[in-house]
Design a protein around this ligand. Structure first.
Ligand code: TMP
Length: 255
């Protein structure tokens, strides 16, 4: 098999050149990191589960007209995505106080927000992804005002839709953080599309009945049963790999 050119390797994913121009292959690893990269670990089977979960959620979002980079899943750990120019701004939407919001404002974890709170972060791991304002984004040229509006509107739609979707399977969508890219069409149009992934790595998901955490916080805070939590999210979504946990073996990356 021809060797594929690796474009980028991040903490949890690898991007390879895709089979056609304008496409990339996104490979999901089991590796994970937290606390600004100070904590590393392996969550066995996470890559397989996140590949499925992200596929499922992106397809559901596309069905309601949210544009995403997702094209199709290729195999257990890889999906074909459109090549986009990543906007270096991460957008967080919060429905319930948790994580850095709790630390910043001294709120009790679990406090419902009076309305969904949106935050912007500069995507720069060397600077630990600092919280920024719209002013920073436009002044430093990371995105134009119209692009910020588009990302904000899409993020609120994503929040509404996913909150309902998860509610239906007994899960509270506490918060999430997403990123967007510019898709350059042949016509010259530039479209803002959801990029990266949607999974328990970048969403906080709590069981509605018990408030048990079903996301990466289990790794961040050494709560144990990390793999089981990701599996349970996939199970409730009805998308556990056909052959069950046997397929959740460690990755073999073949660049
Ligand atoms: P935070 O409370 O730590 O700011 O996290 C908010 C949400 O963003 C939470 O669902 C986890 C997710 N997140 C990322 O996707 N990437 C990150 O680098 C961090 C720090 C959080």
């Amino acid at each position: 098999m021809a060797r594929r050119r690796q474009i980028y390797e991040g903490k949890a994913k690898v991007l390879f050149e895709g089979p056609e121009p304008g496409t990339l292959v996104q490979y999901f690893k089991d590796d994970t990191s937290a606390l600004n990269n100070q904590k590393h670990g392996i969550i066995t089977g996470k890559g397989v589960l996140n590949n499925r979960i992200s596929e499922y959620l992106m397809v559901r979002l596309q069905e309601i007209g949210v544009p995403t980079h997702f094209m199709r899943r290729l195999n257990m750990r890889e999906q074909l995505v459109r090549e986009v120019e990543i906007i270096p701004v991460e957008i967080a939407v919060r429905n319930v106080a948790a994580g850095s919001l709790v630390q910043r404002f001294g709120l009790a974890e679990g406090t419902p927000m009076p309305r969904s709170v949106v935050e912007y972060y500069y995507k720069n791991s060397e600077l630990s992804n600092p919280l920024v304002s719209e002013e920073h984004i436009t002044a430093f040229g990371w995105a134009a005002i119209g692009e910020i509006d588009e990302m904000l509107n899409l993020s609120l739609r994503i929040n509404d839709f996913l909150s309902g979707l998860f509610l239906g399977i007994g899960i509270r969508l506490v918060d999430f953080r997403v990123e967007y890219g510019r898709l350059y069409h042949d016509s010259g149009d530039i479209q803002i599309v959801l990029a990266d992934e949607l999974s328990p790595d970048n969403c906080r998901l709590w069981d509605m009945q018990t408030n048990e955490k079903m996301d990466k916080d289990r790794f961040r805070h050494d709560l144990g049963k990390v793999e089981e939590a990701y599996q349970e999210v996939a199970r409730r979504l009805g998308i556990l790999p056909e052959n069950g946990p046997r397929e959740l073996k460690p990755p073999i990356i073949s660049p």
